[in-house]
Write a protein that binds this ligand. Sequence first.
Ligand code: ADP
Ligand code: ADP
Length: 227
Amino acid sequence: MNTVELTGVTKAYGSTRALDAVDLSFDRGITGLLGPNGAGKTTLLRIVATSIAADGGEVRLLDRDPHGSQAEVTAIRRQLGYLPQELGYPADMTAFGFVEYVAVLKEWNDRRRRHAEVRRVLELVGLGDLATKRVARLSGGQRRRVALAQALLGDPRILVLDEPTTGLDPTQRADLRRTLSVIAGGCAVLLSTHQTEDVAALCERVVVLASGTVRFDGTVTDLVATA
Ligand code: ADP
Ligand code: ADP
């Protein structure tokens, strides 16, 4: 069983084919998704994150059906972290409150364990001291770290990151890389980026999409060799 398995996955918006019969599977390790604007990267990530459904083909996550029974969907979401490109925050929520709210959506009902886990991920991204600060008062880079923290809840087996380094300075990028290398051991990480240096520094595997199809799938070394 692959952690993430996409077979013949298709998604259209009206007459735009965002994804066209994509076959991809992912296991442990970090895969970078590259491609020009409109290639279908966000669409692919949203499908893997169960935030939208494919029109055709089959998606299996942790050998489960992301549009199956409620129990199956909850089981997947508990083991899946998603950092969307843009994340809205309710105006007066604190960093802790926001991350806890995501934990509640995962139906983690034991308050004590939930709080311990929220504290753990906030510390992991270096926000332990800012937990009680309102998200609206944090800097852009700190807000991105809050967004990353919620994606790391529960040590997910699948981690989907849509342009995680956008808006980060070089130091923050290096911090993100360090965090990812800590957690990536047992996890299938999919991240989209425009930064080739992120791919070189982070990813064992690269998938290049263009016009909704896979144009390249291999190692960074092979990508450089074919370019
Ligand atoms: P990328 O992330 O690689 O820039 P996207 O997955 O966002 O690509 O988009 C793929 C294609 O689907 C583009 O042509 C885009 O305009 C279109 N598209 C994406 N989302 C929507 C939407 N919600 N409504 C209409 N068209 C969309
Ligand atoms: P479980 O412990 O239920 O088998 P996991 O080991 O996947 O689930 O949980 C990962 C983390 O998510 C736990 O360390 C815990 O912090 C949090 N978590 C899991 N279940 C709950 C729950 N019912 N209430 C609060 N937190 C939970």
